[in-house]
Design a protein around this ligand. Sequence first.
Ligand code: 5GP
Ligand code: MN
Length: 335
Amino acid sequence: MQQIQDFFSQLNNPTQVVIVTHQKPDGDAMGSSLGLYHFLIQLGHQVQVISPTNWANFLDWMPAANKVLDFENNKEKAIQLIENANIIFCLDFNVLHRTKHVAPYLEKATCTKILIDHHQEPQTDTFNFGISNTAKSSTCEMVYDFIVDSGNADKINVAITTCLYTGAMTDTGSFRFPSTTASVHKMIAHFKEIGLQHTPIHEHIYDNFSENRLRFIGFVLSNRMEVLYEYNTAIMYVYKQDLQKYKIKTGDTEGLVNYLLTIEGIRFAAIVIDRDEERKWSFRSKGNFDVNTFARLHFEGGGHFNASGGRSDETVDSTVLKFKNVLKQYEQQLQ
Ligand code: 5GP
Ligand code: MN
């Protein structure tokens, strides 16, 4: 993978561009993709954002979200776009399998592939150009750097600031995680000068749920939570029937795991959700417990030091049992 600066000169030749992000895109995945979209169209490129799957309704308000193609619903069109693309940007993931059924088509594509991402252990041989920086708060911040460093700061409009603010906000836990550096705050100050309205973004993302979802959270907190004080760990597990009973949709379970870290002394939090195709784990930690390595070693996953995800083909009960068994190895580290 060559450094991203070596690609800048190609930006001014309008061409067919595809932007791909990870499955079940979150605020940062969607925000960085759409932020880059609003930039590239100004340079005259033909740009299509492709999401491997659907996304949470609370992201639908984002400028041009209605133009994003859901691969699972538009397979033929999406494959054709990937085949015809001259440049494919890969945002907020660094290993192709994070794009689920899109992965084989990305693998086959022989055009220029560009990585912009902040997760650990990038598959760099997959990409022609790119930047991978785990110290960055969000892929949105990296797209901002990409625009500025390529000499195009004057192209940043309100649509771009809106998209990029969204991912910076969601990936930093509303600017509270240690990744919220001075450069994040400087970027936001720049966005405000351009005319960003930040309050509606917080409302769209955090105050936009159904009554059912709040009742579901109450149910899970009361009935599906265990605190393992001897490991300073708390877990939640959600069965398919719970999701069905409360009509839970994509995105409704996002953030649930963070409640566990609000318990005094808890340093490690985990939630497993019974999805159709797999049991999906989310891991969060405070301080020096490395959940990226934990997810990689035990649950076929990865991510960041303090926030990661993983998966299992087992039932909810047996993957929870496995989790509790594995936890014994970490008793000392979690003290
Ligand atoms: P979440 O728990 O919010 O789904 O994911 C937390 C972080 O871990 C995100 O940055 C996400 O991209 C990453 N992540 C989630 N699941 C996986 C996985 O299965 N593999 C890898 N490599 N990263 C994951
Ligand atoms: Mn991210």
